[in-house]
Design a protein. Structure first.
Length: 132
């Protein structure tokens, strides 16, 4: 089975040795995604809604590079550092996945690698799931 890697734009990609996404067969796994802009800086510092929206932009691009779409997503995991951000994160998630309805888990964590990151989001897609 062929394995396809989508490179990560992250300050930790090389040292940590990870890809933004990996596709094997019809499965696409998108790594925990923080709100990192094209310049490598955090987008939306202090604003969980803006960070969530940026995470979904990065996830959508990674899925596209792996031959999948947001509509193929079957699972998401959200890791958040502040409980009070759940409404803003949920609003962004619902705007993207309201019609798709993947299973989802939200976890409150003590912190992430960069103190400016309020959340990270993972996604798992099955290519063609939107058409099944």
């Amino acid at each position: 089975m062929q394995r396809t890697h989508v490179p990560a734009v992250s300050p930790f990609a090389e040292s940590f040795g990870f890809s933004r996404a990996v596709r094997t067969g019809d499965q696409v796994f998108v790594a925990g995604t923080a709100a990192i802009g094209p310049d490598g800086r955090t987008v939306g510092v202090g604003d969980a809604g803006a960070q969530a929206r940026r995470c979904f932009e990065v996830i959508e691009a990674a899925l596209r590079d792996a031959g999948a779409t947001l509509e193929d997503v079957v699972l998401t995991r959200v890791y958040a550092v502040r409980a009070e951000d759940i409404d803003a994160i949920a609003e962004a998630h619902g705007a993207v996945f309201g019609a798709v309805r993947p299973v989802s888990t939200a976890v409150l964590v003590a912190g992430l690698f960069d103190p400016d990151w309020l959340l990270e989001i993972e996604a798992h897609a099955v290519v063609g799931a939107a058409r099944r």
